[in-house]
Every structure is written in structure tokens, then in C-alpha cells.
Design a protein around this ligand. Structure first.
Ligand SMILES: [Zn+2]
Length: 272
């Protein structure tokens, strides 16, 4: 199975689904199956800190999910590449990729990570200091306060290739490898262009594309069930992961470049 790291649009909808399914329910049972993914707290302490609490809501924050429990406690999940949620009726036996489960009434929410790269924390209040990569991030790209003017100002302080800037969480939070490719296709900007070479018109186009592409994918996924995200159904992307395929905008061939473990797809005709 090829895993695709969930980014802002997926996590926003996953948070909505989790809240719909489990909001206001009391967590009657908690079990940790892999303590290596739980950070900064012993498994027993993690379980004791959650049991009996009510799950008020789940919110997405960039590439993190925050489970807001009663008593000001939060479970913070950074799913990385392969952290996924599954819902089953009570009675299922744990498998070797399961990390933890939360039983609420007759259903159980399972968190599974086949790569075991994800990170889970239990925090009190708003003290995120122990959560790796949480503090010091930029605004959400969909935040209404991130105006074109503010975006342009923030962008001016950045160096290097534009794709790397877009997926740098200290610039904006929630965009990763896949949506950066999608945004750059619509902006007509080559992913390896240096930020310093972008014209004012291109910066505006990048800003508009970022807002439009993320809003479009959020809308597209609104009807999806939790299990569809968990089973890697992400066939709707226009260019990312489509190397050798046909560009949806011009009909040309989609190029692919691999660097480290990251794949970049772009169109040589549409993106200059
Ligand atoms: Zn094209």
C-alpha cells in the first residue's frame, strides 16, 4: 500500500467526522498497544489521563489533530505518513499496527500506524511545548487574516525553491508535498523556481491558487467517510502522484522528479 501523508484538507474533514461520530461521548475504556508512538508520558499514565473523560470535539491544526477532552486535557496526534483512524464495534482484537483505542459506548475508535512514524501526546491546557513541530508554525493558509499583503510580506522573508517554501510549516501550516504540487500547477509556477524570482503577479497568482485549491479539495471531500481517508482513497488529485500521466489543464505529459523520499510532479507546459 502506498501511503499519502494527510494534509490540511484531509485533516479538516477527518476532524469533522470524528466529532460527528464521537463528540460529547464519554471515553469508557482506553488501551495503548504501542507505547513507542506515545511521547512524553508512560502508557499507563496516558490511559489513566483519558479514561472517564468526555470527548468534546476534534479539531485539525495544520498537520495535527487535537482531541479536546473534558477537564482541559488534549490528545495531540501528528499522523505523519501512515497514522489512520478506524471505527469498529466493540470486541475487535488488536493487531500489530494498532497504537491505541478509545471505547465510547458500543463503538471503538482505533488509531493505527503501519509505519509507526506518527507521534501522540497527552497535554493539559494549551501547553504544547513538548509537542515536536507544533510551536513556531505559520498561520493556516485558509485563515482570513492571511491577506495577500500579509502573504506577500511573509513570502519576502523566505529563500530557496518555492515548493519548499510552501510546505515549510513555519511559512504556513498544513500544506505538504501533495497539495504544494497541486497549488503550483494552478498558479502556473514551476516548483523549483526560486522564491526571489517570482514577480508580483506570480505571487498573487500563488496566493489565489493556494486559497482556491485548498477550498476546492475541502469541498470535494466533504462527503467522505472516515474509512475512505483511512484506506488511502486520494484519486482526485490533479497532478501529484500522476507522473507520466496527462496534465488536466493542457493535455501535456506530467513530469516527475524524486528527491530524497519526496516526489514532485509538474507540467512543463503550464508551469514556468
Ligand atoms: Zn499542463
Amino acid at each position: 500500500m502506498v501511503f499519502q501523508m494527510p494534509e490540511l484538507p484531509e485533516l479538516e474533514i477527518i476532524a469533522i467526522r470524528l466529532t460527528e461520530n464521537f463528540g460529547d461521548k464519554v471515553i469508557q475504556n482506553v488501551a495503548v498497544y504501542n507505547h513507542l508512538v506515545i511521547h512524553g508520558i508512560e502508557a499507563l499514565e496516558f490511559e489513566a489521563g483519558i479514561i472517564g473523560k468526555k470527548l468534546n470535539s476534534v479539531k485539525a491544526d495544520g498537520k495535527f489533530l487535537l482531541f479536546n477532552l473534558s477537564g482541559g486535557v488534549k490528545i495531540v496526534v501528528n499522523p505523519m505518513l501512515a497514522g489512520r483512524f478506524w471505527v469498529y464495534n466493540a470486541g475487535r482484537a488488536p493487531g500489530k499496527t494498532d497504537i491505541f483505542s478509545l471505547q465510547m459506548e458500543s463503538t471503538v475508535l482505533w488509531y493505527r500506524d503501519r509505519k509507526q512514524m506518527s507521534r501522540v501526546y497527552l497535554i493539559r491546557g494549551n501547553d504544547f511545548s513538548d509537542v515536536a513541530g507544533f510551536e513556531g508554525r505559520g498561520p493556516s493558509p485558509l485563515d482570513s487574516e492571511l491577506t495577500l499583503k500579509e502573504f506577500t510580506l511573509r513570502l519576502k522573508r523566505r529563500r530557496g525553491q518555492i515548493k519548499n517554501v510552501l510546505r515549510n510549516q513555519s511559512f504556513v501550516k498544513g500544506i505538504g508535498n501533495a497539495y504544494a504540487d497541486e497549488i503550483l500547477l494552478y498558479a502556473g509556477i514551476h516548483p523549483f523556481r526560486r522564491r526571489s524570482t517570482l514577480s508580483e503577479v506570480e505571487v498573487e497568482s500563488l496566493y489565489q491558487s493556494m486559497k482556491k485549491v485548498l477550498a476546492k479539495y475541502l469541498d470535494l471531500m466533504t462527503q467522505r467517510e472516515l474509512s475512505e481517508f483511512s484506506s488511502e482513497k486520494r484519486n482526485f488529485l490533479m497532478i501529484h502522484g500522476k507522473g507520466g500521466g496527462v496534465c488536466p489543464l493542457c493535455g501535456g505529459r506530467i513530469s516527475e522528479v524524486r528527491a530524497n523520499r519526496f516526489k514532485t510532479n509538474y507540467c512543463q507546459t503550464c508551469q514556468i
